[in-house]
Design a protein around this ligand. Sequence first.
Ligand code: DHE
Length: 545
Amino acid sequence: AGTTAGELRYEGAPLAITGENAKRIMNPDGVAMTADEYGIATKLYFERCAGCHGVLRKGATGKPLTPDITMPKGTEYLRALITYGSPAGMPNWGSSGELTAEQIDIMARFLQQEPPEPPEFGMSEMRASWDLRVPPEQRPTKPQHNRNIDNYFVVTLRDAGQVAIIDGDTKEIVGILPTGYAVHISRPSASGRYVFTIGRDARVDMIDLWTTTPTIVAEIKVGLEARSVETSKYHGYEDKLAIAGAYWPPQFTIMDGDTLEPIKIVSTRGMTVDTQEYHPEPRVAAIVASHEHPEFIVNVKETGHILLVNYEDTNALSITDIEAARFLHDGGWDRSKRYFMTAANQSDKIAVVDSRDRELEALVDVTKIPHPGRGANIDDPTYGPVWVTSALGNANVTFLGTDPEGHPDNAWKVVRVLEGMGGGSLFVKSHPTSRNLWVDAPLNPDEAISQSVAVFDIDNLDAGFEVLPIGEWADLGPGPKRIVQPEFNKAGDEVWFSVWSGQEEESALVIVDDRTRKLKHVIKGPEIVTPTGKFNIFNTVNDVY
Ligand code: DHE
């Protein structure tokens, strides 16, 4: 499977920054457009284009679109390009029917104007948005219920702007909470008591799991658009600090781990690792908490820097800047939790960071657009401990050796490539007690694939995979029913999948017995709106995957 429109569109859906938020900058030499048209175009641009071309149009995975480049091309050329797309990867917005001829004409003229600049978001805006609803001294001193918090799942209900908290032991929904819009990920505090969610709208919510039903105790906005949040895990700093990374403005914010009070904002604008040119908009992608030092590890996407942010003294932050490769995106730990394995997705590389010695251990070439999520750690019968990623651009499931002591010849090398169901895969998952490796493919254009999951037997990897029809098992009405993100329970004997349909359609969570690969349970109903990411408390706190 080659690159599909679905894979490309995956990049392109930031939040709309509306007319009143964006300063209108008309190009005196540009073609005419009315204020209304400018407003329409601004919104369309953010929804459809900014993900690839950048908010400031300086280019990211897509080409730069500043007036010095677009004006000489002219309206006619731009209209055709937007309508029909290009082999370089531009989607065919017109001939696919997604944009009308009128919208395309407005966009072609808009691209010859200066890009509207969204506002900055600094300490005063953050403090104004900060809402400490339940101060620490008013919170319970022990859990107010007998449920097993370790086996809770925090589930994003994407288009509802909520998360559901589900008791993994009983499968009951214990709470549905209004969070930021389209929560991207949830990360628990080191103690497991609190959960931090990050909305696309850069709203961070802090949820207390000790109260009778889960309660939002604090909230803050750290920008206009964001994808990552994490909490301090180093010994002695458990539950002390939180950090959130923003796409716009490009910056990260360190906050008090008990209250979300903002402490320090650090801009990520700077030079690209390779050509050493200034990039005005390097977005913050994955963030993980180091177990080796009191540090957060921050992926700066467009410039390719991995920052080890030491939080011992927040008034004198020391940051080790590791040069990796452009387009850093997602990643997770190897099984020893010493090495951070992270995808530089459009560079087709995996960067390996040694968090103990604070250095780049390796930069490994893989094939088209690796997308690991946090990845999967398994014991390969031949190659020993490996970390696994799948890919957006092809069916490859790639294994990298991660045991420099026991298997030095294999360390940081691609030791095995399996063929999965097809491209458009986002997440792989396994568990230390499981002998299965699960691989989804929600963005594959073929429904038979996107509505199923592949499972490999770790003890017999050459045998290929079994396909489980998770979408069918959910027994729902019509809809895309994409199967996304396997997540294990604490014991590692159940694996949970989201069956992700449209906002008006029925979705579900499907729970499979990991040992028998048979259907165990389905959670559905009107509350389960567009579920995507799911985070088991114990596994997420302890980086078990
Ligand atoms: Fe994600 C992780 C960004 C689209 C579901 N996604 C991440 C991370 C980043 C990111 C930076 C790593 C966070 C971390 O670990 O700190 N995702 C982006 C995008 O920029 C992109 C491509 C487009 C966008 O506009 O958001 C994008 N992501 C999606 C989706 O369409 C998904 C499938 C559904 C959704 O909710 O929007 C999706 N992303 C996820 C999930 C994770 C994630 C479930 C966490 C996986 C994990 O196991 O940790």
